[in-house]
Design a protein. Structure first.
Length: 279
């Protein structure tokens, strides 16, 4: 049985066709990339490395990874694979594979690195999905993953706000795609944008912004806010995990030397395939 949720795959296909990232400035794309890849061990990844991007979406990460490596496999089961092909057409070292995380799309123990950012919390069985990615890695190869956090480093009030918004997500995500687009754009305008600007002002005034929801977006474009609002409120299947839960899933999959980024977005984690793990 495939480890995918068809409605979620369809939703992301629609999202990335609408938000293909083509109008986002390269500076903002680079900042986003650096935020997520802050803990990635580039010192052991060279021009002869071969790796994979699991759930590549529009190809926004691959755009920065492909120039650094020999070959990159971009894997995604949704229609966004066509968007990635268009966005990455200048690269001759990228393979596009329209398959899911549960498919045996690569040879076991064949990849020098892998990453999956903002993807594996949208599948029915996240631990199994991580394990599926790890089996493609060579021993000692790094795997970078970003999974939605359960606000385990936030206050009870903050977590209460999220629980309230999740009720809206469950309703909005079931609506027709065009209706979702309109509603999530309104949320971006009336929620994301004001809180982001408030956070930016507070940051300028040297006021602590850790307790302000969506403060991460204070230096991002409205386009990114619209994209992430669509992602957050328009996706049917979403899971969240604590730092300890993510560490346990990574260890159980055969990864060792787990390290978490201390900066937003939470949680980004890196692990290395155990030399004793033969899947």
């Amino acid at each position: 049985m495939k480890n995918i949720d068809p409605s979620t795959v369809e939703s992301f296909g629609n999202e990335w066709k609408r938000f293909n990232q083509a109008t986002v400035s390269n500076d903002e794309l680079a900042k986003n990339f650096n935020d997520y890849f802050e803990i990635f061990p580039w010192d052991i990844i060279g021009e002869d490395s071969i790796g994979f991007d699991m759930g590549c979406g529009s190809g926004r990460w691959a755009k920065f990874v492909a120039p650094k490596v020999k070959y990159l496999n971009c894997i995604d089961p949704s229609e966004s694979i066509a968007v990635a092909k268009k966005n990455l057409k200048e690269f001759t070292n990228v393979e596009f594979i329209a398959r899911s995380v549960s498919d045996d799309v690569l040879a076991e123990n064949s990849q020098d690195f892998g990453y999956s950012l903002g993807v594996l919390h949208h599948v029915p069985d996240t631990p199994k999905a991580i394990e599926s990615c790890v089996k493609f890695l060579k021993p000692d190869a790094p795997f970078l993953v970003y999974l939605y956090y359960s606000f385990d480093n936030k206050s009870l009030a903050y977590r209460g706000i999220w629980r309230l918004t999740d009720i809206f997500r469950r309703i909005i995500s079931r609506l027709p795609s065009k209706v979702k687009d309109i509603i999530t754009d309104i949320i971006a305008l009336t929620v994301y944008f004001p809180l982001a600007k408030l956070s930016k002002l507070m940051d300028f005034l040297k006021i602590n912004i850790e307790s302000v929801p969506l403060s991460y977006y204070r230096n991002h474009s409205f386009y990114t806010m619209r994209t992430d609002s669509r992602d957050r409120f328009g996706t049917p299947l979403e899971k969240r995990f604590s730092k300890n839960e993510i560490k346990r899933m990574m260890l159980d999959s055969g990864l060792t030397n787990i390290k978490f980024s201390t900066n937003q977005p939470f949680w980004c984690a890196i692990g290395f395939k155990s030399v004793n793990k033969l899947i």
